[in-house]
Design a protein around this ligand. Structure first.
Ligand code: GLA
Length: 334
């Protein structure tokens, strides 16, 4: 890197617990992980241009974009989403590298958005940058995703998971206890575009029309909903919010057995009530749950494929990535 160059890194994220709760203002507990998207390049000019070893076609965009969803190639949509949301984007010419697997549920697209936003001169608090990138993602993909991924990536704290209240938009670091390893196993590619993700958002909205905001609702209230689908979705969300609270308390107490039990319960709830798992993810979780030294495991992220995350005693699993919690996105001063 030369003195004129700008270097940005944005981590991926894994969600430990609190799945499909963010878009109802619920609780989530993700962490930024030691897998990164890097951008190195030079600011200036009136185009936004990126090459990448992972993508055959480069991105080449103007600074004014009305319809980011029309940008090509596919990865340009996310860059265009950020350009279209920034009040005064800088021109940029640079190269993107990543070791976050793409389409695996570890937020490769959110990491790209946050890295691009910083490279193009986005200023603001971690929350403001996350909100801008969430809008970019929603416009680029057409999927009404929540704030979790972008906020975990901008707010990461080394050696901590993040207890995020997606209604209050507060982030509280929770120390990861010693003696636990967090392992991610990639199971199947997936994309949320064209998946039932948007249906789940609508089903939660239907539940809220019946009993009010799910973030304040109890499981008993959820159980009273007439419509069976809305009832199941609401039962997942309300019980998942409580599991996040219990999990944070278990982590704080170093009680890994309770933490493991809670993430297994979270998976079952996603499987039975929220219908975002798949047989192959269920099999992976069942295999992990039966492995000595594994406290618990679950699907992580939007679902319909992607990764499973496991809490284990150190050294128990050899097939998967041991991930560490890292600081959020920022500039690298070489
Ligand atoms: C995806 C979305 C997040 C969140 C999760 C499910 O990762 O981007 O906003 O809704 O799915 O918890």
């Amino acid at each position: 890197m030369t003195a004129m160059e700008t270097h940005v890194v944005a981590p991926g994220r894994v969600n430990l617990i609190g799945e499909h709760t963010d878009y109802t203002g619920g609780l989530v507990l993700p962490m930024a992980i030691d897998r990164y998207t890097d951008i190195v390049g030079v600011r200036g000019g009136d185009r936004v241009q990126f090459t990448s070893f992972d993508e055959f076609e480069p991105v080449d965009l103007p600074l004014h974009i009305d319809r980011p969803q029309d940008a090509t190639p596919a990865w340009a949509k996310y860059v265009a989403g950020v350009v279209s949301e920034l009040p005064a984007p800088l021109g940029f010419s640079g190269h993107v590298t990543t070791d976050i697997p793409i389409g695996a549920g570890l937020s490769s697209s959110a990491a790209l958005e946050v890295a691009v936003a910083l490279a193009l001169g986005c200023e603001g608090t971690p929350l403001e940058i996350a909100q801008l990138c969430q809008r970019a993602e929603n416009r680029a993909s057409g999927v009404p995703t929540g704030i979790m991924d972008q906020l975990a990536i901008t707010s990461g704290v080394r050696d901590h998971a993040l207890l995020i209240d997606c209604g209050e938009l507060t982030v509280q670091p929770v120390a990861i206890p010693s003696g636990v390893e967090i392992v991610v196993q990639f199971i199947a590619h997936r994309t949320l575009v064209g998946s039932p993700y948007a249906d789940r958002v609508a089903e939660c909205a239907a539940a809220e029309a019946a009993i009010g905001p799910l973030r304040h609702a109890t499981v008993e209230a959820a159980r009273s909903i007439d419509d069976p689908v809305a009832r199941m979705r609401a039962m997942h969300v309300t019980s998942e919010n409580q599991r996040v609270r219990d999990f944070a308390a278990a982590f704080a107490a170093g009680d890994l057995h309770s933490a493991g039990r809670l993430i297994l319960e979270s998976h079952d709830s996603l499987r039975l009530l929220f219908d975002t798992s798949t047989p192959v993810m269920d099999e992976a979780v069942a295999r992990l749950a039966a492995t000595p030294g594994v406290y618990g495991a679950r699907m992580t992220g939007g679902g319909f494929g992607g990764c499973v995350v496991a809490l284990t005693e150190p050294g128990v699993l050899t097939n998967g990535w041991v991930v560490r919690a890292v600081d959020g996105a920022g500039f690298v001063i070489d």
